[in-house]
Design a protein around this ligand. Structure first.
Ligand SMILES: [Fe+2]
Ligand SMILES: [Fe+2]
Length: 177
């Protein structure tokens, strides 16, 4: 199945217009990557995997679930975060937020709730969730060891005005929603 970047960007843009989704840019995820950038990357990688491997999946739910998989809306490094182990708690919090704000469907909820598998023991029920699970781990590794891996994706979203560049310390360029 051919990668349709226009479709991908359209699906993402609908959610990226929402100020709560954009607020994920205020929270640090891994390394220097903010949560919004991480979530965009995961959605893009999961979509590309589905196309490349010709998988029969619900592409809209895959992209939306990918973008919302870490929609927990707090800085998990901060002392104010909800009590309990972040790794185990945040999928449930993100799922609740996604249902409240975007009426997440059953596949999207499964993607969000099970994306930490196998750390959280109950496995996903849908192929879409396994793709996001895999994309999440891949992107996390990249964010820790290869900080520029998001560059191309960020440039595309910058070009269409979804996010903006901001100058950062040391002369480098950052991105903000
Ligand atoms: Fe997560
Ligand atoms: Fe994640």
């Amino acid at each position: 199945m051919e990668i349709n970047n226009l479709y991908l960007v359209r699906e993402l843009s609908i959610l990226l217009m929402d100020e709560n989704v954009r607020a994920m840019a205020n929270y640090r995820q891994h390394g220097n990557t903010d949560t919004l950038t991480h979530c965009i990357s995961v959605a893009v990688v999961a979509y590309r995997m589905a196309c490349r491997w010709n998988l029969n999946v619900d592409l809209s739910s895959l992209i939306r679930g990918g973008l919302l998989h870490d929609y927990f809306l707090y800085d998990w490094h901060s002392e104010d975060r909800p009590r309990g182990h972040h790794g185990f708690m945040h999928p449930g919090i993100a799922r609740k937020n996604a249902v409240r704000d975007f009426d997440a469907n059953e596949i999207e909820q499964d993607i969000i709730h099970r994306h930490m598998w196998p750390m959280t023991v109950i496995p996903p029920r849908h192929l879409e969730s396994y793709l996001v699970c895999l994309a999440d781990k891949w992107c996390t590794l990249q964010e820790v060891f290869n900080p520029n891996h998001n560059q191309k994706t960020l440039e595309i979203f910058c070009a269409i005005g979804i996010i903006q560049t901001v100058p950062e310390a040391g002369g480098s360029i950052g991105y903000r929603a």
